[in-house]
Design a protein around this ligand. Structure first.
Ligand code: ZN
Length: 296
């Protein structure tokens, strides 16, 4: 029922840093990415191509990417939210982008200034542009398990949107519990169907621990076939447009639990703990991850 191996994608440098008021220097981001690769991460989200006026923390994504000493076994991607973002990612040399829309019409209007259908049309354009440039596309849905404005998102809507995403020929599909409202039963019911629908296309899950259910949701999703999870060192993260949104599930906590369960991640937990502790000092605050308090 449980896999022998799970792949974690580090999102601390994007989902984590985008909500911090401090601007981390480009060189520091590059250093952290090299250390994350040394610590065994095989997938890292480097940053995003969004409006630098609204999200100045991500304004240097192209410069960060250019300075990384890439490794053949590590896949680096950037988040994009519109076609212009895809074009900037292509220009910067990325070969892998993560594009997503919100499953909540209200969140989409507030966050992207688009109705759900308008966002879907933009998503199609993003996929077309990325594919034309020969990129690998991770396509996703935000707020798939609940929205602070709309409450519960109907499972059928999530399944329908996922099917439309898959029909566009995306290479990976990612569902995000952006609000942390999802629960383990929902994970089993929805993710099981997504895994079946996706066939050979890898299915990823992006979890926030806002309501304390992050790791329970990992376990539930693994039981129905999910093998890829997004995490952030220290449990850094949030969303500026979602009320009360807190961090992603912590990379070190997730890897620690999985190793205890006999599931390989290839991650050097002590090395991640060191990064998280250093980040606490840089930001001058405690981060929500738990195991660093035990192991440091
Ligand atoms: Zn997130």
């Amino acid at each position: 029922m449980y896999p022998s191996e799970v792949i974690l994608e580090e999102q601390g440098l994007r989902d984590g840093l985008q909500v911090e008021s401090m601007l981390l220097p480009t060189e520091k981001k590059v250093e952290l990415i090299h250390r994350l690769m040394d610590a065994g991460l095989k997938r890292i989200q480097v940053g995003s191509f969004v409006n630098p006026k609204l999200v100045p923390q991500m304004a240097d994504t192209a410069a960060v990417f250019a300075a990384i000493q890439q490794r053949p076994d590590v896949s680096l991607n950037a988040l994009v939210l519109n076609t212009k973002g895809v074009e900037r990612a292509v220009e910067a040399g990325f070969t892998h982008v993560a594009a997503s829309i919100s499953a909540s019409d209200t969140h989409s209007r507030k966050n992207a200034n688009k109705s759900l259908e308008e966002a879907m049309a933009e998503f199609e354009s993003m996929v077309r542009t990325a594919k034309a440039a020969g990129m690998r596309v991770r396509g996703g849905l935000q707020c798939a398990f609940g929205c602070r404005y709309e409450g519960k998102i109907p499972a059928q809507r999530v399944l329908d949107l996922s099917k439309r995403h898959l029909d566009l020929g995306i290479d990976e599909i990612a569902l995000a519990d952006s609000t942390g409202m999802g629960n383990p039963r929902q994970m089993e019911e929805i993710m099981g169907q997504i895994v079946e629908m996706a066939g050979h296309v890898p299915v990823m899950l992006h979890l926030h621990d806002t309501e304390g259910k992050g790791l329970a949701n990992v376990v539930a999703a693994m039981r129905v076939g999910v093998r890829h999870f997004d995490t952030a060192f220290g449990g850094l993260g949030g969303c500026p447009f979602i009320k009360g949104a807190t961090g992603n599930i912590a990379t070190e906590d997730t890897a620690y639990m999985l190793e205890q369960m006999g599931i390989r991640t290839g991650i050097d937990i002590a090395a991640i703990v060191a990064i998280s502790c250093e980040m606490e000092e840089i930001l001058g605050k405690k981060l929500p991850g738990k195991i660093k308090n035990v192991l440091k």
